[in-house]
Design a protein around this ligand. Structure first.
Ligand SMILES: [Zn+2]
Length: 318
């Protein structure tokens, strides 16, 4: 008989969908987390989907919620666990990057520490109670409130050939064109999950505090494609899409605190040496002329006029 799908106090029998809020202590106070469990009638892999670990990356939360809401247990094989908004404290206050409980980036503390700070405790609980059940793990992201981007996917390289191959396949199947190989991003969900032996992926779509249909759709359809690939949904294997594995993702940073005037748009092709924008002081004097250090496409662009020393300005996929 097919086993139940269980997260803490929630459990879904075979052929059942259960939604609810799980609660666990963080610094001794109850922390509540809405979860969808969709347990198919037939055996198959367990897929775990996270959204909103960065609380203002709205397309990710909207997509995760839609996936949880629309998937029907009668249509799927295996089990899908969706946590639509991981950063529960950050969502209502529209927090950029951080968990307001401790000012820590939740996506830098995985697999977490049960006796650590609030973010580490949340990560440890999720690792033990959710992630460890996964056969495949997908973390949905996007540009934050002050970031515009062209959709891209990060896949982990751990040095374990079978896990790395499976993570690359996840990336190729998802349907996003630009793929970036990441060797060990300390504490990020997908690196920690892959380090534990489970194929994992981080995908980015949307940004700037809006969630256009096309960006939500990109993430929803990507998960749908992955589920078809592993026979969790009917419809056959998804059509192949062209992907480009970028050799390098080059970050350009501000060397000053001041005003950021980008001179290019996200998605634009740029040449090495091209002027991409400037950082000025409050009087309008140029403090830094930003030039492209490589030829490639601008996949990520900070759209905030206010900029701090060492903030990222843009990233070129080369
Ligand atoms: Zn993010």
């Amino acid at each position: 008989m097919k086993k139940e799908c269980v997260v803490s106090t929630l459990s879904a029998k075979a052929g059942e969908k259960v939604t609810g809020v799980v609660e666990f202590p963080v610094n001794g106070k109850p922390f509540s987390l809405p979860v969808f469990l969709i347990n198919g009638k037939n055996d198959g892999p367990t897929l775990v989907i996270f959204g909103g670990i960065h609380a203002a990356e709205y397309a990710s939360a909207a997509a995760a919620l839609e996936i949880g809401q629309t998937l029907k247990p009668e249509d799927i094989n295996g089990c899908v666990i969706v946590v639509p908004v991981v950063n529960q404290a950050g969502f209502p206050v529209r927090s950029i990057y951080l968990n307001p409980m401790d000012g820590v980036n939740l996506n830098r503390v995985f697999p977490g520490k049960a006796d650590g700070g609030p973010s580490e405790q949340i990560a440890a609980w999720l690792t033990k109670n959710v992630i460890q059940q996964a056969n495949y793990f997908i973390d949905l992201h996007g540009g934050d409130l002050i970031e515009a981007l062209v959709p891209f996917a990060l896949f982990p390289e751990t040095g374990n050939p079978s896990v790395d191959k499976a993570s690359l396949e996840l990336a190729q199947v998802f349907g996003i064109k630009y793929l970036v190989r990441k060797v060990g991003t300390a504490g990020s969900t997908f690196s920690a999950v892959a380090g534990g032996g489970t194929p994992a992926l981080l995908v980015e779509s949307g940004g700037q505090g809006i969630w256009p249909r096309k960006d939500v759709e990109c993430l929803v359809q990507g998960v749908n494609r992955v589920m078809r690939q592993y026979d969790m949904l009917s419809g056959g294997k998804p059509e192949k899409v062209e992907t480009i594995v970028l050799q390098d993702f080059i970050w350009l940073r501000s060397e000053h605190t001041g005003f950021w005037y980008p001179g290019i748009n996200v998605g634009e092709d740029v040449q090495k040496g091209q002027v991409l924008g400037k950082v000025t002081d409050v009087w309008g004097n140029t403090l830094q002329t930003v030039t492209a250090t490589a030829t490639g496409r601008v996949l990520f662009l900070v759209s905030s006029l206010a900029i701090n020393n060492d903030d990222p300005l843009l990233a070129i996929g080369a």
